[in-house]
Design a protein around this ligand. Structure first.
Ligand SMILES: *Cc1c(COP(=O)(O)O)cnc(C)c1O
Length: 433
């Protein structure tokens, strides 16, 4: 299979280049030349399949031409070694828990698949692959965990000193092995600027065999479509779900569109956002106006220029009418989010995180105007990742921290402090790697 840039369909590359390069040089995004469809024989038996079996079928549809069957099985089984259960709160009100992975957020699915696929693609290369990633919190943890001990790879994470939470920092700094954390005296934007400067230095990027692990990589998108099919399978036969996706860069929602493309019967898609509502505004008015993000309590969705929007447009052939006939945008404020966290706790004794709370609100609004629909709200992270908000709404220590996160508290932090300085950073890379 070949992959083309959304900006130029004549710029085509193979799988290895699309995954390792991540971004086409023209700043578009890579899309597969043909969008796969799962055939009738899959849809006759899909309800009996396990989560990994669904993943293997989807991965084969996308990558089967380029990756042999046993390698794909290993990659998928290594990725989905934990479940994504559907929890039902009330009639038609389902929550898809995507936080059962090692770093407690759905980003584990994409990061784990990407790490394994990259390791396979570079299996015969004699040079180590260096993954460079800037993080403001969750992404770095998922990437570090995913690449930890993956042969032939090493990861350098840049994070802003003093600007990530204590447990988040431990997720970046306590793994050791092939994971190195650089504690930058600067902001998240400074970290991103440093990463960018390394990629722009052709010679450095070549010598170190640099690759990026950012969220627009196709290898992160495809495995996220596994759980849409797995969720629908957990509903009664014949029920077509309405998926409600709390969105920032819209990778998760785009993965849902890929699942529909594969043949999954979906009633409707809801793009749920906080005040950063560029896409809901587009769906309502047909005008797309990206702008700087504003901070909210659902901060993983504080995105003002969603990077996957161009993929959404490509999937609908650029037609606003078609996109809005399949996706509805709904937006909520921080006050509404806080009230929802309290309400879900008091009605169902369920602790929902700020991102999932926005999805739950949007789902309730949708069911009110579309009686009988079955909504599946994506719970994208475990509530214990947001202690400030949860403690404020539900009382101190109300949310238990899962063991796999809690044990990090006692591990030693190991980081290398660096100033925000391109020359010093490049020197460090050359010397240390
Ligand atoms: C990254 C993230 C999101 C947003 O996902 P996108 O794919 O960028 O739309 C939502 N919730 C949580 C908890 C996240 O970490």
């Amino acid at each position: 299979m070949l992959y083309h840039s959304t900006n130029n369909s004549a710029h085509r590359v193979d799988l290895k280049e699309a995954i390792l390069r991540s971004l086409p040089p023209d700043n578009g995004l890579y899309m597969p030349d043909t969008l796969p469809v799962l055939d009738k024989s899959f849809w006759e038996i899909w309800r009996e399949l396990t989560f990994p079996e669904i993943g293997i079928a989807v991965a084969d549809a996308f990558f089967g031409e380029d990756v042999p069957p046993q390698a794909l099985v290993d990659i998928v089984e290594g990725t989905v070694s934990f479940d994504a259960p559907l929890v039902t709160l009330g009639p038609g009100d389902h929550i898809l828990e995507l936080f059962h992975g090692p770093t407690l957020a759905f980003k584990d699915f994409g990061a784990r698949f990407m790490a394994r696929l990259m390791a396979w693609l570079t299996r015969d290369d004699d040079r180590k692959l260096t993954v460079l990633v800037a993080t403001s919190g969750d992404t770095g943890g998922a990437v570090a965990s995913a690449f930890h001990n993956v042969p032939g790879t090493r990861v350098v994470i840049l994070y802003p000193k003093g600007k990530v939470s204590g447990l988040q920092e431990k997720q970046l700094t306590a793994l050791g092995g092939n994971i190195t954390a650089l504690e930058i005296d600067g902001s998240f934007d400074d970290c991103q600027a440093l990463v960018k400067s390394a990629f722009l230095d052709r010679e450095l990027s070549e010598v170190l065999n640099l690759t990026s692990a950012n969220s627009i990589n196709l290898a992160r998108l495809v495995p996220q479509s596994f759980y849409y099919i797995h969720a629908a399978r957990q509903l009664p036969e014949g029920v077509a779900p309405t998926f409600v996706i709390p969105s920032g860069n819209f990778g998760n929602l785009t993965a849902g569109l890929l699942a529909m493309q594969l043949g999954l019967q979906v009633d409707h898609m809801i793009a749920a956002t906080n005040r950063n509502d560029v896409v809901p505004e587009y769906l309502k008015k047909g005008v797309y106006s990206p702008r700087p993000s504003v901070p909210t309590i659902s901060n993983a969705m504080d995105v003002g220029a969603p990077s996957n929007f161009v993929r959404m447009q490509a999937l609908f052939g650029g037609s606003w009418e078609t996109m809005k006939s399949r996706i509805t945008g709904i937006t909520f404020s921080d006050d509404q989010t806080r009230a929802a966290i309290r309400e879900v706790k008091s009605l169902y004794n369920y602790e929902i995180d700020p991102h999932g709370a926005i999805a739950w609100l949007a789902a309730r609004q949708w069911r009110a105007s579309h009686p009988g629909s079955a909504t599946v709200s994506l719970e994208t992270a475990h509530p214990s990742k947001f202690p400030d908000v949860m403690d404020a709404e539900l009382g101190a220590h109300c949310v238990e921290i899962p063991e796999r996160l809690a044990i990090l508290a006692n591990r030693e932090k190991v980081s290398i402090p660096l100033p925000f300085d391109i020359t010093i950073f490049h020197d460090w890379l050359r010397r240390a790697l």
